[in-house]
Design a binder for this molecule. Structure first.
Ligand code: ARG
Length: 562
C-alpha cells in the first residue's frame, strides 16, 4: 500500500486548496533518522499562503489532522512528522506478500511491445565486457518491462555486416587456416583481423582488396558469402556459450545482415523526400537543424553503412512489432549515432522516431585501462565467468564443504556476482573490474544478497515453516519496522527502476533490504516461542520472496542453500 498517498490524502483534507494532493505527495520526504518518523511534510511550502511561521502552521495542522492510521503525528519546527502504525502496516505488508508471492510488485503502468536491442556483439570479434554490460542491462530491463505490464522483445542485433568482413576475407585467404579457425574461432579470426591492420600499414593496397571483397559480399559472390556465413556460425557458437552461462535467450537474432534487402525502401523514402545530398560521390543527409553532423548513408562505391542498416531495422521494428518504444542498450560512445538515427527518422516523417530510446552506459575499465579490441587488450567474457565460478567454488569448499550440488550453486553465485557487480552501478558510471572484490560474501555484492536469502530459507526450514502455515500477525519493534518498510517499498522500486531504465535502482534496493534484514536477524531470536514468532517467520519468508524476485529482475538466480 502506498502510505505516502494516504498521508497526502489526509493532508489535503486539512490544507484546503492551496496545494493539490499530487503536490503534497511530491513534497513528502523520508526523514534521515527514524526518530523523525516515517514521512515528513515540510511546512515552509505553505508559509506563503498562511502568512504565518512554519512551526505555528505545523501545530495548527496537526491539531486538525485525522490520527486514525498513525501511531503519532508530531510538529517539529518546520515539519510535520508522521509515524505510521507499525502493527497495522506490518500485518498488511506481510499478508500481501504471502498472498501474492512472486507476483508481489506486479504492475500495470502500460502495455504493448517494447523491443530491446541488447548485447549485439560483432561477428569474428570477442564479446567484451562492454557487450556484457549491454547484455545484462538489456536483459534486466526486459524483465522489469514485463513486470510492469509491457511485452519485451529481446533482439540481438548482431554486428554481422560491414567493410570489416571484406578485410577478414582477404586476411583469411592470405594467412588463414581452416582448422585453426574451427578450433578457436574468435581468437583466430581476431588474430587475422589484427594482422590485417598491421600489414595494411605498410601495404595500403590491402585496404583496396578489403573493399573489393566486401563489395563482392554485397553482390552475393558465392565464395565471399560462404566464408562470411562460416565466420558468422563459428562466432555465434562462441557467443552462445556465454549466453548459456548467463541464462539469457533472445527472441530475435536478426543482425545487421538481415537488413541488406530492406535498405532500398529507406533510400526510396529519403529520395522521395529530397533528403539525400550528394557529397563527393557519397550520399548524406544534412542534420544541421539538429545541430548534428551529416549522416553518411551510402559511400561513393555504393556500400551502405551501420546507420543505413539501423534505419532499415527501425522501419522493420515498427512494422513488425508496432512498438510502444524501442530501447537500444548501447555504450555511451554511440550517443552521436543514435541522435543521428532519430533525426533522420524524424526527417523521413516518422512520428514514432520520438519513441526510439538510446539507453547508454559507461565504460568498464580493467585495472584502470580502457579496453579495446584492436590492440588485443580485451577481457574475455567467457574467461571472466569461468574464473568467477571457479573462485566461488573454492570459497564454498572452504566454508560449506558438505553442500549438495556445489557446482550448480557455484555457477549461480559466480555468474550472479558478475551480473550484480555490473548492475549495482548507475549505468552511466564507469567502473573498474576486479574479480576478487565482486565474489565476496560480504560487502555490496551479489553473493551477499544471495547469501542473505539462503539464510532466510535455512531459518524457515529449521522452523519447519511453510507458507501454508501463515497466520496474520503483526510486529512492533524498530528493527523489523525497517525491514517492513523496505518490503513495502519494493513495488515502487520496480516501477522506478523501469521508468529510469536503471536496474541499479533494484540492485541498490536489494543491498539495503539485505542489510536491514541482517541487522534485524542479529538482534532478534526469530525462533523464540512467543506471540510474535509467526509474524517473525512470515517476515523472513517475505524477505526471501522479495530478494528472489528482485534478483530475478536482474537476471540472477537464487540458490536456497549456499
Ligand atoms: N554491434 C555494435 C557494437 O558492438 C552494437 C549494435 C547496437 N545496436 C544497434 N542497433 N546499432 O558496437
Amino acid at each position: 500500500m502506498d502510505y505516502k498517498k494516504l498521508i497526502a490524502a489526509d493532508l489535503v483534507a486539512v490544507i484546503g486548496e492551496s496545494l493539490t494532493e499530487e503536490e503534497i505527495y511530491q513534497f513528502l520526504e523520508v526523514p534521515k533518522t527514524s526518530s523523525h518518523g516515517d514521512y515528513a511534510f515540510p511546512v515552509f511550502s505553505l508559509a506563503k499562503v498562511y502568512r504565518k511561521a512554519p512551526n505555528m502552521i505545523a501545530e495548527e495542522l496537526v491539531e486538525k489532522l485525522s490520527k486514525e492510521h498513525y501511531e503519532n503525528i508530531v510538529p517539529t519546527g518546520g515539519y510535520i512528522n508522521f509515524f505510521l502504525n507499525k502493527k497495522e502496516v506490518s500485518e498488511h505488508v506481510l499478508e500481501t506478500i504471502v498472498k501474492e508471492k512472486e507476483h508481489y510488485g506486479d504492475a500495470n503502468i502500460g502495455s504493448g511491445n517494447i523491443p530491446i536491442d541488447l548485447s549485439s556483439p560483432n561477428i569474428a570479434k570477442p564479446m567484451s565486457m562492454g557487450h556484457l554490460r549491454s547484455t545484462v542491462i538489456g536483459n534486466s530491463l526486459a524483465e522489469l518491462a514485463a513486470k510492469v505490464g509491457y511485452t519485451p522483445i529481446r533482439i540481438n542485433h548482431l554486428g554481422d555486416w560491414g567493410t570489416q568482413f571484406g578485410k577478414l576475407i582477404v586476411a583469411f585467404k592470405k594467412w588463414g587456416d581452416e582448422e585453426a579457425v574451427k578450433k578457436e574461432p574468435i581468437a583466430e579470426l581476431l588474430k587475422l583481423y589484427v594482422q590485417f591492420h598491421d600489414e595494411a600499414e605498410e601495404h595500403p593496397e590491402l585496404e583496396d582488396q578489403g573493399r573489393e571483397w566486401f563489395k563482392k559480399l554485397e553482390d552475393n559472390d558465392p565464395e565471399a558469402v560462404r566464408l562470411w556465413k562460416w565466420f558468422r556460425e563459428e562466432s555465434l557458437k562462441e557467443f552462445n556459450k556465454v549466453y548459456d552461462m548467463l541464462g539469457i535467450t533472445f527472441d530475435s537474432e536478426n543482425g545487421e545482415a538481415f537488413y541488406n534487402d530492406k535498405m532500398d525502401h529507406v533510400i526510396e523514402v529519403l529520395e522521395e523526400k529530397d533528403l539525400l545530398v550528394s557529397d563527393k560521390g557519397a550520399d548524406i543527409v544534412n542534420l544541421e537543424k539538429y545541430d548534428l553532423n551529416p549522416a553518411l548513408i551510402r559511400k561513393s562505391d555504393g556500400a551502405t553503412l551501420y546507420i543505413t542498416r539501423d534505419l532499415a531495422a527501425a522501419e522493420y521494428r515498427i512494422n513488425t512489432y508496432d512498438f510502444v518504444e524501442v530501447l537500444y542498450v548501447v555504450g555511451n560512445e554511440q550517443a552521436g549515432h543514435f541522435k543521428q538515427l532519430k533525426a533522420v527518422l524524424k526527417e523521413m516523417g516518422y512520428d514514432w522516431a520520438d519513441n526510439i530510446k538510446h539507453i547508454p552506459f559507461g565504460l568498464i575499465t580493467a585495472n584502470g585501462k580502457k579496453l579495446s579490441t584492436r590492440k588485443g587488450n580485451v577481457i574475455l567474457l567467457e574467461e571472466v565467468l569461468h574464473e568467477a565460478i571457479a573462485a566461488t567454488k573454492k570459497g564454498i569448499e572452504e566454508k560449506n564443504p558438505g553442500l549438495e550440488n556445489k557446482d550448480e550453486v557455484a555457477h549461480q553465485v559466480g555468474v550472479g556476482a558478475v551480473i550484480f557487480h555490473d548492475l549495482k552501478n548507475d549505468r552511466m558510471n564507469m567502473f573498474d573490474f576486479n574479480l576478487n572484490d565482486i565474489i565476496q560474501f560480504e560487502g555490496e555484492t551479489g553473493p551477499y544478497v544471495q547469501y542473505t536469502r539462503s539464510r532466510c530459507e535455512s531459518i524457515l526450514s529449521k522452523a519447519d515453516w511453510s507458507v501454508e502455515d501463515f497466520k496474520p500477525g503483526s510486529l512492533n519493534d524498530v528493527d523489523s519496522w525497517e525491514v517492513v518498510k523496505a518490503l513495502d517499498n519494493f513495488p515502487n522500486k520496480v516501477v522506478e527502476a523501469y521508468q529510469k531504465y536503471e536496474p541499479s535502482v533494484m540492485a541498490k534496493y536489494l543491498i539495503d533490504l539485505a542489510q536491514k534484514f541482517n541487522k534485524y536477524y542479529s538482534k532478534h531470536k526469530i525462533l523464540a516461542d512467543d506471540v510474535e514468532k509467526e509474524a517473525r517467520l512470515s517476515l523472513v519468508y517475505s524477505v526471501s520472496v522479495v530478494i528472489k524476485e528482485g534478483l530475478r529482475l536482474l537476471g540472477i538466480q537464487s540458490p536456497d542453500m549456499m
